[in-house]
Design a protein around this ligand. Structure first.
Ligand code: ARG
Length: 478
């Protein structure tokens, strides 16, 4: 494209090298910001009208042209041109086609630097809310499934070794806790997305009497940003979003890993629904957990996206540097990766078949109650370390000599420690063990039931608040 056709072509006499044109273009990905860009431009144009920098008639022309472009974008008829570099110049050039020379007034007092910062801030506000929505849906599924499985008992694991029995409801509520913290991260991030960069210009503001308060409130921000240089050079809201996504994906990956593991023949605790699994092209018997595997796999990308932006930014002097164009692909990719992952995890869990009998059989391993035996002695006044030692000896005896832990008589028990009050069979009680853990955060039925009720109520409260947030992000009618 000849230089005089570019919006910045004035001082150039030679055309851009075609490879450079292709290399520097970002429109193939930053077109995801088209809607936000137009919204920002409309707010900017109206402000220019109110301050008298552009006549009201011209503002109406500009806004009508931008609305026409919005329609073209929505219907897929917008002619994107990579030679025009980015979404901003694509839209502005198109505006000129629609409204002629008046289009030249739109960029008054504005730079692509404050423009992109504004677009990205608007985008991140939505992306954070969308992540909250996805997390809400997934947690609702987990809480519903937990409510079905209050009486499903399985071993809880540490080091992937059977440790102590737990209710499946309790296990899934543990994931609800972690995912709840993720949701609160996306929620809190909005506090740092409440200021509008528009009006910061290239880096030092403008000599023109712009009204930054006006554009800020038109775009639903609390205020304009305080420092023009920071406004165009900061990308920490993007980093924060990527960090929150990466952490959330790590949580999803751990949940996914459990589905993979639990659906093995060796565990046999669960079976994924046909709709959420795939077959092998070679082995007819296979039913593969590809969905949780892909979630686990995509977690690597989400972590990479965070590292990518952190690395892009780490050596950049203030203010804007073109390196920062590299912020968008990781952010867009993490947003869509997370949305998809949350959705398929919710679907996988909603349709998961649980083999409660298999879980119960595994939980009936009496060794899972060894700690309870030690705590029996503690209740008899024995110091815990001494109790631990005595039970350790019993366990050693059972594993070495192939003895069932449930078969030790009172006399034998007393041989290991005189304070044992009963035979092992009388002391080992799976359901009793769960019930005794009635302290806050424990496995007793009523405790778990209360946790389910509380989680359900908290989710509904969160859903209401999110509705309010989503409404506040809606663009007001023009
Ligand atoms: N495409 C650019 C980006 O994403 C927009 C800002 C360009 N600013 C500039 N001075 N070249 O960062």
């Amino acid at each position: 494209m000849p230089a005089d056709k570019k919006l910045w072509g004035g001082r150039f006499s030679e055309a851009t090298d075609p490879t450079v044109e292709r290399f520097s273009a970002s429109v193939h990905f930053d077109k995801a910001l088209a809607r936000h860009d137009i919204r920002g431009s409309v707010a900017h144009a109206r402000m220019l009208g109110r301050t008298g920098l552009v006549s009201e008639a011209d503002v109406d022309t500009l806004v009508a042209g931008l609305q026409k472009i919005e329609t073209e974008l929505a219907s897929g008829k917008f002619p994107f041109d990579p030679a025009l570099e980015d979404i901003h110049m694509n839209i502005e050039t198109r505006l000129r086609t629609h409204v002629g020379e008046v289009a030249g007034r739109l960029h008054t007092g504005r730079s692509r630097n404050d423009q992109i910062a504004t677009d990205l801030t608007l985008y991140l506000r939505e992306a954070n809310a969308a992540a909250q929505g996805g997390l809400l849906d997934l947690r609702r599924v987990l809480v519903e499934r937990a409510a079905e499985h209050v009486d499903t008992v399985l071993p809880g694991y540490t080091h992937l070794q059977r440790a102590q029995p737990v209710r499946l409801a309790h296990h899934w509520l543990a994931h609800v806790e972690a995912l709840g913290r993720d949701a609160s991260r996306f929620h809190d991030a909005r506090e740092r997305l409440a200021a509008s960069p528009l009006g910061a210009g290239a880096l030092a503001g403008s000599t023109l009497p712009l009204d930054r308060e006006d554009t800020a409130s038109a775009l639903g921000f609390d205020s304009p940003t305080r420092n023009s240089m920071d406004s165009v050079s900061s990308r920490d809201a993007g980093m924060e979003f990527l960090a929150a996504v990466a952490i959330c994906m790590v949580h999803l990956s751990r949940l996914a890993e459990e589905l993979v593991l639990w659906s093995t023949t060796e565990f046999g605790f669960v079976e994924l629904a046909d709709a959420y699994s795939t077959g092998s092209s070679l082995m007819p018997q296979k039913k593969n957990p590809d969905v949780p595997e892909i979630v686990r796999g995509k977690t690597g990308r989400a972590v990479g996206n965070l590292v990518s932006l952190l690395t892009t930014m780490k050596g950049l002097p203030l203010t804007y540097n073109r390196d920062m164009q590299e912020d968008k692909e990781p952010i867009f990719d993490s947003a869509s990766t997370l949305a998809d992952s949350l959705e398929v995890m919710a679907g996988s869990l909603a349709t998961l078949r649980v083999d409660a009998a298999r879980m119960r059989a595994a939980a009936e391993d009496p060794m899972l109650l060894a700690t309870d035996l030690a705590e029996t002695l503690v209740r008899e006044g024995v110091p815990f370390r001494e109790a631990h030692e005595a039970v350790g000896k019993i366990v050693g005896h059972c594993t070495r000599d192939g003895v069932d832990l449930r078969s030790i008589s009172l006399d034998e028990m007393k041989g290991f420690h005189p304070a044992f009050p009963a035979s092992s069979a009388e002391l080992l009680d799976l359901d009793g063990s769960l019930e005794q853990r009635s302290l806050l955060g424990g496995t007793a039925r009523a405790t778990v039931q209360a946790a389910i009720d509380q989680a359900g109520a908290a989710l509904e409260k969160e859903a209401k608040a999110l509705e309010g947030t989503l409404a506040s992000l809606q663009e007001p009618a023009r």
